[in-house]
Write a protein that binds this ligand. Structure first.
Ligand code: SF4
Length: 349
């Protein structure tokens, strides 16, 4: 199946999903939505994966946040779509996601495990403003008291604040916001479709103020462009001032699909760095261990200085009632529930 054929064949399959409609709309100039009826939604992460969670839900494929380094670009090639501009502008929308999730959560084989969202592409990208899938998804998780976590760069998550609070009263939830740096010039060029880093920190501030614990995934730290001691300090200080419960650094990785796109961007915007990147990423997708360790140590030292901790597996938390009782079960609830099935999403975005 080629991309060019999709508009002519509304019943064509997108993977196992059936395309019902292809939509171009003036409010989303340059973006095409491919509405599909998904056949399944809760997805099991392959056992060999490095991911610290087992189940994911992704209502979208492709992401108009258009981060040049996005590791998910490769996944667009599975649909026979372009991993560059196509990933940014050809957005697959699983329009039946809320209903399907409700059905799957009620299935007799589902054991109520933690579900991670925002692990492939951002579920609060711009398309969510039009399709409003997340309220139905969070509502279904809340009604089944099913633990979950969300990783996002989208300020749109605040639209669902009430639902998140309701869910947090009956199950463990974890929110992580991704902010790798504050540099505005770098932001405009390398994350052109995202809300500004300051707006994302406003999300952290608001969620925290409403009792919803929120960590920051400091990702990616971009070598030679966002990694000076002054840049790291400014970011960690701003994260702390926003009230984040934790900060977890993650150095840029460049897997196939993202690597070609990022290196083309680098050659255009910072040609003098191309050779250094080729050396740094000569052995594969990851920066050398010594570099990763250095960044991690620097960020952890800064975090300690500003009173922040790194995030830990099982960071998802449940909001407790004012009397210290767990509103969902009526039992005593620890301040931080590290036994939750929740997991941080620090390998992503
Ligand atoms: S890194 Fe996240 S926000 Fe950026 S394009 Fe990829 S999925 Fe979207």
């Amino acid at each position: 199946m080629r991309w060019d054929n999709l508009g002519e064949s509304p019943s064509v399959l997108f993977g196992t999903d059936v395309v019902t409609r292809t939509v171009d709309t003036p409010e989303f100039r340059g973006i095409t939505f491919h509405e599909v009826r998904a056949r399944s939604l809760v997805n099991r992460v392959p056992g060999a994966s490095r991911m610290p969670f087992e189940w994911t839900v992704n209502p979208y494929r492709g992401c108009s946040h258009a981060c040049v380094y996005c590791f998910a670009r490769k996944t667009h090639s599975y649909l026979d779509l372009d991993t560059g501009l196509g990933f940014d502008s050809q957005i697959v929308v699983k329009v039946n996601a809320p209903d399907l999730l409700r059905r799957e959560l009620a299935g007799r084989h589902w054991r109520g495990d933690h579900i991670a969202m925002g692990t492939n592409v951002d579920c609060y990208q711009r398309a969510e403003g039009r399709y409003r899938l997340m309220p139905g998804i969070i509502g279904a998780l809340r009604d089944h008291a099913n633990p979950f976590s969300i990783l996002t760069k989208g300020t749109l998550i605040l639209r669902d604040l009430d639902l998140l609070r309701q869910a947090a009263q009956v199950t463990d939830i974890g929110i992580s916001v991704s902010v790798g740096f504050l540099d505005r010039e770098l932001w405009r060029t390398v994350e052109p479709g995202t809300p500004a880093p300051e707006r994302r920190l406003d999300v952290v501030r608001t969620l925290t103020a409403h009792g919803i614990p929120c960590g920051v995934l400091m990702a990616p730290v971009i070598p030679f462009l966002g990694d000076t001691p002054g840049q790291l300090r400014a970011t960690v200080r701003a994260v702390a001032e926003a009230g984040a419960g934790s900060v977890t650094p993650l150095v840029l990785h460049l897997r196939p699909g993202a690597r070609e796109w990022f290196m083309a961007w680098l050659g255009h915007h910072h040609p003098h760095l191309v050779r250094r990147y080729e050396t740094m990423y000569a052995d594969g997708a990851y920066a050398p261990k010594w570099y990763q360790r250095r960044i991690t140590r620097q960020v952890h030292e800064l975090a300690a200085e500003y009173g922040l901790g790194p995030s830990r597996p099982g960071e998802a938390r449940r909001i407790t009632a004012p009397d210290g009782r767990d509103p969902g079960t009526g039992t005593e609830s620890p301040a931080v529930d590290n036994s939750a099935s929740g997991a941080t999403q620090l390998t992503l975005l």
